[in-house]
Design a protein around this ligand. Structure first.
Ligand SMILES: N[C@@H](CCC(=O)N[C@@H](CS)C(=O)NCC(=O)O)C(=O)O
Length: 201
């Protein structure tokens, strides 16, 4: 099995952490998304990473589809609960964390456009989503050690990737000062080998 990705993508990181936590062997294939010859174009018509290429050559994308599939392939390190309601709760955490990453990625892309074409209104709109997403994550985490009930799950992985990416790309957003519970959760998650080995650089 191969995972096509880049080292800085929070969605790729989420997938790599899931592979690591579930002890699944894979080959990590790095690509250059800015090159017209990027290998990703052979495997994902949307040209986005991550993309999982399975041993039979079939492909899976996007990260949410990949991680949900991977969790079914081995009982090791179960990341999604069995009950429908709990599974939906964990996936909603994932949607919230991914939504923060989506908004942050859009701000970065806007910043790469020529200055005259950039819209501050658009940037502010995305920034508002980041801040209300952080507030919701902090509220729902409360004083628990994990996002969902009392166990490590995909919810923690997704939240850790969103926070890690904000720290990496948006050091000016002071979420650690504002939300102590998120800061403590992030510190605990960052000690896991799966997080240490996939730190964006
Ligand atoms: N919803 C997708 C988002 C993937 C995504 O946007 N990846 C970015 C890298 S962070 C990408 O491949 N961008 C290249 C492009 O859009 O052309 C997922 O969860 O996998």
């Amino acid at each position: 099995m191969k995972l096509i990705g880049i080292l800085t993508s929070p969605y790729v990181r989420k997938t790599r952490i899931v592979l690591n936590e579930k002890k699944i062997e894979y080959e990590f294939v790095l690509t250059d998304l800015d090159s017209p010859d990027s290998i990703i174009n052979e495997f994902n018509p949307l040209g986005k990473v991550p993309c999982l290429v399975m041993d039979d050559g079939k492909t899976l994308y996007d990260s949410r589809v990949i991680v949900a599939y991977l969790d079914t392939t081995t009982p090791v390190g179960k990341l999604l609960p069995n009950s429908n309601r709990s599974r939906a709760d964990v996936r909603c955490w994932e949607a919230l964390a991914d939504g923060i990453m989506d908004a942050a990625v859009l701000i970065r892309l806007e910043g790469k456009r020529p200055a005259a074409q950039q819209s501050q209104e658009w940037i502010d709109r995305q920034m508002k989503k980041i801040h209300s997403g952080l507030k919701a994550m902090s509220f729902h985490l409360g004083n628990r050690s994990f996002c969902h009930e009392n166990a490590f799950s995909l919810a923690d992985i997704a939240v850790g990737c969103a926070l890690g990416w904000l720290e990496f790309r948006f050091p000016g957003i002071e979420w650690r000062k504002e939300y102590e519970n998120l800061s403590q959760l992030f510190d605990r998650l960052s000690e896991r080998p799966s997080f240490r080995e996939t730190k964006p650089l």
